[in-house]
Design a protein around this ligand. Structure first.
Ligand SMILES: NC(=O)c1ccc[n+]([C@@H]2O[C@H](COP(=O)([O-])OP(=O)(O)OC[C@H]3O[C@@H](n4cnc5c(N)ncnc54)[C@H](O)[C@@H]3O)[C@@H](O)[C@H]2O)c1
Ligand SMILES: N[C@H](C(=O)O)[C@H](O)COP(=O)(O)O
Length: 476
């Protein structure tokens, strides 16, 4: 499935911070697209395109349609079946669906032929590999998206663990720092209960749990098990407790050939990136011409950190950055959610400012959409064309939409999930999931972008460490 240098990857993510995370971890020259229609530009061999479907808050039908539309668009652009089916076994019947085309989500509609093809698949030769990124905490319309993504695939191999964030899967259950997802606080801002297993999140997709002991039998044995699961018309949901487990899973999936698709969080994407073996994350790649962070007058543009995430850990991350000399402007959630533009103080060149949502009244999910929209309008109205640090995914997406940014070119990873990208006009944008990063996350990001600006007495990591890729610093 993954031949060095000639495999192209198309990854679909449900939010922007996760899309950037995958783009960095795949270790391929990448484009990060905010609009699936831009998949009409073919993905070159050895490169990847990651699309933010912005589907975290969509209902199931809309999210499934977004997945189908992206599959269809990218398959058409490549001029090849999106499932890579060159077996001649009724190839187009297994191909991507057109947007809105009627097809049952996941039942046993073509289980027999699908299983047959999975068992007999040839190796991949420079074809497109499809990856669906899901939230490591299974938030969003995970099941509907998985079912749509499985349409036309011979087999969907699922492994959602993110060991770098101490989010593993054991016995088919997501454990967050050892606590089952449905028993921890990770879903506190959700309006429904957390699933008790990965299979429950994927329902009604027919799945079979694969225990970690089976994963640790190695790629050959695991591939055999995958074939057995496929022969029963089901999709394997793999336990994984370490990056090594995820490496075995990608290797086993590779043995099945191009009809196999992958679904996972950044953990499985990272394993795939290690397997593809191309440039390590952090090395500059494919930045558009004319990029740079120095303003026309020679001074550095302001650096603006937009902390729109309601994650509890963000307050300490802000405090560490402020202690190093950044200015903090907390914005009350009420006015942000209202119709009027909230106008913060201006940004001077060569300064670091943090905008955050004042959450002292607690998080009210009912106003979340309006708050983030107001925050995005505020950022877009600021003069001075600041470089941006955006956390989490919805915040990042709404701000870039308000600024009219449609494509990012990832150029490096500051710590896991903190991805440095460039816009077409040379602006630096760092995106980061809300729940990622240790207490010094913002400090590390700011130090990477503005090594000279912050207090020399603050505990900044050395510049080389700040710009190097890292699997560390992912915390709850
Ligand atoms: N149900 C909801 O409305 C809701 C709200 C926040 C987070 N979440 C969940 O958490 C995930 C992670 O989000 P994230 O924190 O990484 O960042 P994010 O940028 O993806 O989302 C943050 C959201 O929280 C809102 N928010 C921030 N402070 C708030 C406050 N004081 N009161 C009300 N809303 C506030 C923002 O407006 C934004 O909509 C989301 O993808 C989602 O699954 C859900
Ligand atoms: N990529 C993160 C993960 O897999 O856990 C998450 O989905 C990002 O979403 P937020 O930025 O909304 O936290």
């Amino acid at each position: 499935m993954c031949r060095r240098d000639d495999t192209s990857v198309v990854a679909l993510a449900d939010d922007l911070s996760g899309a950037a995370e995958v783009a960095a971890l795949l270790r391929l020259p990448s484009r990060l697209l905010l609009h699936p229609a831009d998949l009409a530009v073919p993905v070159a061999a050895g490169e990847c395109a990651v699309v933010d479907l912005d589907s975290r808050y969509l209902d199931d039908d809309a999210a499934a349609d977004a997945v189908r539309a992206a599959l269809a668009g990218a398959g058409a652009a490549a001029g090849t079946p999106a499932d890579g089916d060159d077996t001649g076994s009724g190839a187009r019947a297994g191909g991507p669906r057109r947007p809105g085309a009627a097809r049952p989500h996941s039942g046993r509609y073509d289980d027999d032929s699908r299983a047959f093809r999975a068992v007999n698949f040839p190796p991949m030769h420079g074809r497109t590999l499809w990856y669906k990124k899901c939230d490591s905490l299974l938030r969003g319309p995970v099941g509907a998206e998985a079912a749509a993504f499985a349409e036309g695939a011979e087999l969907l191999v699922v492994a959602t663990a993110l060991p770098a964030a101490r989010r593993v899967v054991r016995g088919g259950v997501v454990l967050v720092d050892g606590v089952p997802l449905h028993e921890c606080a990770a879903w506190r801002a959700e309006e429904r209960a957390a699933p008790r297993s990965v299979a429950e999140a994927l329902a009604p997709l027919p799945t079979t749990d694969v225990p970690v002991e089976a994963v640790r039998q190695g790629p050959l044995a695991l591939a055999g098990l995958f074939r057995e699961v496929a022969a029963r018309g089901r999709h394997p949901v793999c336990d994984a407790e370490s990056d090594a487990d995820l490496t075995v899973i990608t290797a086993a999936a590779a043995l099945l050939g191009p009809g196999t698709r992958l679904l996972g969080s950044g953990g499985l994407a990272s394993a795939l990136g290690r397997r593809l073996g191309l440039p390590a994350p952090g090395s500059p790649q494919a930045a558009p011409a004319g990029t740079g962070t120095t303003a026309a007058g020679g001074s550095e543009p302001p650096l603006l950190v937009v902390a729109g995430s309601a994650e509890p850990g963000v307050a300490q991350q802000v405090a560490r950055l402020v202690a190093a000399g950044a200015r903090h402007v907390p914005l009350a959630s009420g006015p942000l959610a209202g119709p009027d533009l909230v106008v913060p103080p201006g940004l001077a060149p060569g300064t670091v400012t943090v905008l955050s949502v004042d959450g002292s009244d607690g998080v009210r999910p009912g106003s979340a959409r309006r708050i983030v929209a107001g925050l995005a309008r505020t950022v877009a109205a600021l003069p001075g064309r600041p470089d941006l640090v955006l956390t989490g995914g919805e915040t990042a997406r709404r701000v870039l939409d308000a600024l009219g940014v449609t494509t990012l070119w990832p150029v490096g990873e500051i710590h896991h999930g903190a991805v440095h990208s460039r816009t077409a006009d040379g602006r630096s944008v760092v995106t980061r999931p809300g729940s990622f990063g240790g207490p010094d996350s913002f400090l590390r990001i700011a130090a990477a972008l503005r090594p000279r600006l912050l207090s020399s007495s603050s505990p900044l990591p050395p510049a080389s460490a700040a710009t190097a890729p890292s699997q560390q610093g992912v915390t709850q």
